[in-house]
Design a protein. Structure first.
Lengths: 879, 243
């Protein structure tokens, strides 16, 4: 009988289907429908009596009756199978399935009863009372209602119930405790309860959620319905909402003011807002507003009360606090606007005040840490530009104090070096090596270094045409020396002098490494110099003295400096300086071979040793020739050397530079023998005293032929300085016309060898002026030559074109700066290969169009050019 | 020769402007001819005129040097009731093409007076307004202006005139035409310390400036053009002063 059973199973399903619907729904649905046809009894009952419900009546199955049915219901394969089997020879026995006639009916008041059960349960839940009915039954009740398509009604009923309760709960909050915290707690509790309750209800009515709610559009889940109701009633009692929000804000404010706050309470309440979906409008915007106000007033107050570093620290901690706040109880989405609000009120509004009030102080105090705070805070609010400007201003202002004060010239370079080092460390540690800041520092320094400079001709202004006319007339140099004139570029000059000081012998206590380090640092300043020719002129002058007077601390250090300059500016810049070293070395060789020459061995006067430096003109600074009547022995010596030298190098011209000579004299004082290191002039003067006890100024002048000013200086050094080998009558600091001089019989000194020639190392005003003047002259020649070169090829050219062409002859850099600053850089030499162009960049000096005009006018004056008679804008070249 | 000469003379007396143009004409032969005629003793009229000019010249000339010196000029001025610092005297010098400041040579006197068509003091006095008009024609003024500067160069090889004289000269030659500009320029020249003297190029620049630059807004002044630097400075000074 197994076969028919199988058949009946398939049939059962289909017949059951027919009982509920006239169509043939798919299997799945059919099952579902079948289930709904079961009697609305308990689940357990159902389960137990499952088989009872369908009565198998084999006779009632009639395949022929309704073949469609059979065909339809089972899967096709099964149908075939059954058909095959059906065709087996078997007795024709009809299986009939009879449907139960009576439809299972629900009890009439089924819905009401069930609801009553549920309602009481819900009420109990809301009232937090125990309910008699166990939860499983309740669930089943919901389930039943749903199965009987009473879900919609049920939903409405539950909603109504919830609404009544929620409304009551919120109403109960109205007028509650005036104490905000207590009130907040009440709200929180109310919310928490509601959540719990709604969860519970949802648990019971889960089936409703899963069927009715899901299948019906525009119906909220129970949970959402609860929230929606809460929201609705909250908005109906604005007092509660308002009070809650203010309460929270008040609490946060209190926390900001340092009191402790119940953070979990806040957390709950804020989560409530979020869950209700009213966070942004109800809380966030008033919160941000409140924050803004709070920090606005705090910012104002603190800015007035505390100094900048404290303020910055405060701001930093405030920002951290707000960050924490967001991490702990405020919704993460608020973080950004919140921090931005705080930053705006605490920082952005006070940027300039902070900088004005505190930046200088911090910089002066070298407060790395505070500056770092400032930097990182400013970075947050995109105000680095202001900070950068403040830095630039600071450097300029501070540096100006160092550079512009002539009284501080002596310390200018060292203070600039210190300043730079301090800035570098601030930049590194506080400004996190920001590139823009680095450029700012550089720019500001370049500005500083070149503050005190003149372009072409500020040596006491341009000489007036009448002067130049006289100058032409008298065949003077084109520029009169103007003493004490404003220097070309004072810092450049001082940097050169600073180096001289370092490289000079007698700097005890500095090791080679230290010296090297100093040179490197100075080089940094050197890079900023625009008038590098000024530096070169002074450096050369000092180097010459060091080399010629043997005062150089170390030739290695000298050479290292030269090579540094060479890498910096190219070989063109240093080839003259290198030439000086070559001269010195060559001179040594010449002296050696001179000593071994026959002339020296046969003709030289005895008792004198002499060495000669042969200097190539052009490499060395130019020295004004100084006449002096040398003692016979020295004259002889000079002549013999000259003879020797010219025999070796014919066709050269030797000029003795007496002002640079220095000697060691053996002197026999009554109180002991001494060796005196003196200048040649000093020697000449002292040797007069071999034959005389007392000489007047005039006597000395007549015998030596030294120029008056120089002679006075020489005598002053011998009779009025620290070492007094002569006595002056009458005593006094300055040498007067009627003074006379005595050999100092009582001269004593602790040392055997005494230096008296410090005077030679010292720079005189004339020397300084002439060096400066040479720089100017050189620059003028450069420009004049350029103008003449252009005019010579063009013959006729308009002013504008001439100026343009002049700047074209200068470099690209010059043209780049042309529109903005109207200051141009004239390059001294323009060469083709790249390295030299680089070097030319360094050899720039600032030149303005006005300077060029001046040179053009000067050339007109000197009849190189003329202004065209008919068109004043055009120049003609006069050959 | 004489008849031709008399013919020439006749035309000359009829139309003196032709004489002037003959003077200005670059053809040397005619001028040479003129000179010959001037000296020719046979020409009565001519001689008479030349004599009159010479007499007039001699009355002011220094006996020893034979030329009119500053003293003589002063006497001449007082005789025609004109201040010797009057611009018209400068114009007179220009007309005479006087080479040296404060001196008129006989040749300068003769040709200049002839060009002025005057031979007596009263005629000279009457001729001055005419001369003024002549100078102020655009063609002549620039020449006169530059002459005024050159006239001040008294030393050999001198190329510049000191500021003080320049100021006076400016006032004299440009003061009437460009009063406000000249006043300011003079004020500036006196306070600036860059220049102690002015050269011809700068001097000519002043005239250009007065003629071309709108005042007082200075709108069309462009320092990038070939103005002498002193004018750039002047304009800067004015702008600064105004602000």
């Amino acid at each position: 009988m197994s076969l028919p059973t199988k058949r009946s199973a398939t049939a059962t399903a289909s017949t059951a289907g027919t009982s509920t619907s006239s169509t043939y729904p798919p299997m799945k649905k059919a099952k579902c429908q079948a289930a709904s046809a079961f009697s609305p009894l308990d689940y357990s009952k159902n389960g137990l009596h499952h088989s009872d419900e369908v009565v198998f009546d084999p006779s009632s199955i009639s395949l022929d009756d309704d073949p469609k049915l059979v065909d339809y219901c089972p899967p096709p394969a099964a149908a075939n199978l059954s058909r095959k089997k059906a065709t087996l020879p078997q007795p024709a026995k009809k299986l009939v399935i009879k449907l139960v006639k009576a439809k299972p009916t629900l009890p009439t008041n089924f819905e009401e009863d069930t609801w009553a059960k549920l309602q009481s349960a819900i009420k109990a839940i809301f009232l937090k009372q125990p309910d008699s009915c166990d939860l499983e039954k309740l669930y089943q009740a919901v389930n039943d209602l749903c199965l009987h398509k009473m879900g919609g009604n049920l939903y409405l009923r539950i909603e109504k119930e919830c609404e009544a309760h929620i409304s009551a709960a919120l109403q109960s909050l109205v007028g509650q405790s005036p104490d905000l915290e207590v009130f907040l707690k009440l709200v929180a509790t109310c919310w928490k309860d509601l959540c719990d309750q709604m969860l519970m209800i949802r648990g019971i009515a889960l089936y409703l959620d899963r069927t009715y709610v899901k299948q019906t559009p525009n119906v909220r889940s129970l949970w959402d319905m609860g929230l929606q109701l809460f929201r609705k009633h909250l908005s109906l009692s604005p007092e509660v909402e308002h009070k809650t929000v203010t309460g929270i804000l008040r609490m946060i404010e209190r926390e900001r003011l340092g009191e402790s706050a119940d953070r979990s309470l806040l957390d709950h309440l804020l989560k409530m807002f979020t869950s209700l979906g009213i966070y942004a409008e109800s809380f966030e915007s008033p919160f941000l507003e409140c924050t803004s106000e709070f920090y606005a007033s705090e910012g104002m107050k603190y800015m007035q009360q505390s100094d900048v570093p404290d303020y910055l620290k405060h701001v930093e901690s405030r920002l951290n606090e707000e960050q924490d706040r967001c991490n702990i109880y405020i919704d993460a989405s608020t973080k950004k606007p919140l921090i931005a609000t705080a930053e705006k009120q605490l920082l952005e509004r006070h940027i300039s005040a902070i900088l004005d009030k505190g930046f200088m102080m911090l910089m002066d105090g070298h407060r790395i840490k505070d500056l770092q705070t400032m930097y990182s805070l400013f970075l947050r609010v995109n105000s680095l530009e202001s900070l950068r400007q403040a830095l630039s201003m600071y450097i300029r202002r501070t540096g100006q104090g160092m550079v512009m004060d002539e009284e501080k010239d002596k310390d200018m370079v060292s203070s600039l070096l210190e300043f730079k080092a301090s800035l570098d460390s601030v930049w590194e540690e506080s400004f996190s090596k920001n590139e823009g800041f680095c450029i700012t520092v550089k720019d500001a320094f370049e500005h500083l270094i070149n503050l005190r400079q003149a372009g072409l001709s500020v040596i006491g202004k341009e000489m007036s045409p009448i002067d130049s006319w006289f100058a032409d007339l008298l065949r003077l140099r084109p520029l009169f020396p103007v003493y004490g004139a404003s220097p070309t570029n004072r810092p450049a000059e001082l940097i050169a002098k600073f180096l001289d000081d370092k490289l000079r012998a007698g700097n005890k206590g500095t090791s080679e490494e230290e010296l090297e380090g100093t040179l490197d640092k100075v080089l940094v300043l050197f890079r900023f110099i625009q008038g590098k020719d000024v530096f070169e002129a002074f450096y050369k002058k000092d180097l010459a003295k060091r080399l010629l007077l043997g005062k150089s601390a170390s030739i290695d250090a000298e050479k290292s400096m030269i090579s540094k300059l060479k890498t910096e500016c190219g070989s063109q810049f240093t080839n003259k300086l290198e030439g000086m070293f070559k001269d010195i070395e060559l001179s040594k060789e010449i002296n050696e071979s001179f000593k071994q020459s026959s002339q020296a061995r046969t003709k030289l006067p005895s008792g004198i040793e002499m060495s000669v430096h042969v200097l190539t003109t052009g490499y060395w600074p130019t020295y004004p020739p100084m006449d002096v009547r040398l003692p016979h022995e020295l004259n002889v010596y000079q002549d013999i050397f000259k003879e020797f030298y010219l025999s070796k190098y014919s066709g050269r011209r030797l000029m003795w530079q007496n002002s640079l000579g220095h000697c060691v004299l053996k002197a026999e004082f009554p109180k002991g023998r001494k060796e005196l290191a003196v200048s040649l002039f000093q020697t000449v003067v002292l040797m007069l005293f071999n034959d005389a006890q007392k000489l007047s100024l005039q006597d000395i002048k007549d015998s030596t032929g030294i120029e008056d000013k120089e002679l006075r200086r020489t005598l002053q050094s011998l009779a009025c300085g620290r070492v007094r080998v002569l006595q002056k009558l009458p005593k006094g600091r300055d040498v007067e016309d009627d003074d006379s001089f005595l050999f100092n019989e009582g001269f004593t000194a602790p040392l055997y060898r005494i230096k008296v020639n410090a005077i030679q190392m010292k720079e005189t005003v004339e020397e300084n002026t002439s060096t400066t003047e040479r720089v100017f002259q050189h620059r003028q020649y450069q420009v004049d030559a350029a103008i003449v070169r252009i005019m010579k090829t063009r013959k006729v050219l308009s002013h504008t074109l001439l100026i343009t062409e002049l700047f074209q002859q200068m470099n690209e850099i010059g043209r780049q700066t042309l529109p903005s600053s109207k200051t141009f850089l004239l390059l001294m030499d323009i060469d083709i290969d790249e390295k030299n162009i680089l070097c030319c960049k360094q050899l720039k000096f600032p030149i303005k169009p006005a300077d060029l005009k001046k040179r053009i006018e000067s050339l007109i004056d000197r009849d190189y050019l003329e202004r065209d008679k008919n068109n004043s804008q055009i120049y003609n070249y006069l050959a | 020769m004489p008849p031709r000469a008399s013919k020439r003379k006749a035309t000359a007396s009829h139309n003196s402007s032709s004489v002037t143009s003959a003077d200005d004409s670059p053809t040397g032969t005619i001028t040479g001819l003129d000179n010959v005629i001037l000296i020719a003793p046979s020409d009565k009229n001519k001689t008479k005129k030349t004599d009159r000019l010479d007499t007039l010249f001699d009355s002011y000339a220094n006996c020893s040097s034979g030329i009119i010196d500053p003293e003589g000029i002063e006497a001449l001025c007082s005789d025609i009731n004109v201040e010797h610092t009057d611009v018209r005297i400068l114009m007179f010098a220009w007309k005479l093409k006087a080479q040296r400041q404060g001196y008129f040579t006989r040749d300068e006197w003769r040709s200049g007076m002839k060009a002025l068509k005057v031979d007596s003091l009263s005629k000279l006095k009457k001729g001055l307004p005419e001369l003024e008009k002549e100078v102020n024609t655009p063609g002549n003024f620039q020449d006169f202006y530059s002459y005024a500067f050159r006239y001040c160069l008294t030393e050999e090889k001198q190329k510049t005139v000191d500021i003080e004289s320049v100021c006076e000269l400016l006032n004299l030659v440009l003061g009437s035409q460009f009063q406000s500009k000249v006043d300011l320029l003079i004020e500036y020249l006196k306070i600036q310390s860059d220049y102690k003297a002015i050269n011809l190029d700068q001097w000519m620049g002043f005239l250009r400036f007065c003629k071309e630059i709108s005042f007082p807004d200075l709108e069309n002044y462009d320092a990038d053009l070939a103005w002498p630097l002193i004018l750039d400075n002047f304009v800067d000074w004015m702008k600064e002063k105004r602000s």
